[in-house]
Design a protein around this ligand. Structure first.
Ligand code: NCD
Length: 331
């Protein structure tokens, strides 16, 4: 039999290591949007686009093979937990899902958050945490030696959601600078609003906050907006903003954060985006929602090409793939 020496497919000596540039994210916790500058955002968005292309072409790769994600959710979640699980699995990693609330875990026996984290990091290379208290993600990160990703700390922040929201605006409208962004609904307790607002302060946008009196944006966040010098207005009425908005970011009234349910009842149906309202909006505009919706956007808006909320969900998976790869040093 005639043999022939084949040229090697790869020259391993000169091949770049898998620890490529991750824009300083390797080993980092993701706790707040304040840790991202424009440069890091553009890196993450670039990676997310590559993830989209990869998923559309081949569905998944083995980039995170051998890596384990612990998904620890102390609050209900469908999309954020599934989004992280799908992201990890499409990159070839595996998941410990603790997403059925805490009643089946030792947390219900009284274990502290720090102990739970120290146990989980013995199994996992990265931890995603959702918890009802502000500051819980930071507390977990202090206890952990592996990266902790904040998937919502009570009414505090939800940084990965804000990244996917901003990415969606960018992908839908081609740019962020120069846009008028109107946020509608529960601006007081909506952590996605708090994170997205802070992230938008890095861009040249106009902000419109639309909420009933008791659900206005917290003073602390509003002061940051005012300090940024951006053009900002508050109103109770969607009609005041609909004609000029480029982005209508609608949110659910966060029933679980109310101490007085009578107050919730008063504001729960305050807004509903309908085709009639959409008729007043620009032709090129996007309606977004972090979901779940409970009546703030009528189903008949779904067929409007400007309704971006399901595309937004899909973007969430690409963003989380980009983040998991980056913090695990597999950029
Ligand atoms: C949001 C959340 O949990 O803050 N949901 C989500 O992560 N997509 C918004 C909400 O629950 O209303």
């Amino acid at each position: 039999m005639q043999t022939k020496t084949l040229e090697p497919l790869f020259d391993f000596a000169t091949m770049p290591s898998p620890m490529l540039n991750s824009n300083g994210l390797t080993g980092q916790d993701i706790l707040s949007v304040s840790q991202f500058d424009r440069d890091t955002l553009s890196y993450i968005f670039g990676r997310a686009r590559e993830m989209r292309e990869m998923v559309e072409r081949v569905g998944g790769v083995d980039l995170l093979k051998g890596k384990v994600l612990a998904c620890l959710f102390y609050e209900p979640s469908t999309r954020t937990s599934s989004s992280f699980i799908a992201a990890m699995e499409r990159l070839g990693g595996s998941v410990i899902p603790i997403t059925q609330g805490v009643k089946f875990s030792s947390i219900s026996k009284g274990e502290t958050l720090a102990d739970t984290i120290r146990v989980l990091e013995q199994y996992a290379d990265v931890i995603v945490l959702r918890h009802p208290e502000i500051g819980s993600a930071r507390e977990a990160a202090e206890a952990a030696s592996v990266p902790v990703l904040n998937a919502g700390d009570g009414p505090g922040e939800h940084p990965t959601q804000a990244l996917l929201d901003l990415f969606t605006i960018r992908e839908e409208l081609g740019t962020v600078d120069g846009l008028k962004v109107a946020m509608v609904g529960d601006l007081r307790y909506g952590r996605t609003v708090h994170s997205l607002t802070k992230l938008l302060l890095q861009y040249n946008v106009s902000l419109r906050f639309v909420a009933p009196e008791i659900l206005r944006l917290p003073l602390k966040v509003m002061n940051e907006v005012i300090d940024s010098g951006l053009n900002v207005r508050e109103t109770h009425d969607v009609a005041d903003v609909i004609e000029n908005a480029d982005v209508l970011y609608v949110t659910r009234v966060q029933k679980e954060r109310f101490t007085d349910l009578a107050q919730y009842e008063e504001v729960k149906n305050y807004y509903e985006i309908t085709p009639e309202i959409m008729a007043m909006a620009k032709k090129k505009m996007v309606v977004m929602h972090p979901l779940p919706r409970v009546g703030e956007i009528h189903d008949s808006v779904d067929s409007d090409p400007r309704a971006a909320y399901f595309r937004q969900v899909r973007n969430g998976m690409y963003i989380r793939m980009a983040l998991l790869a980056a913090v695990l040093g597999r950029a």
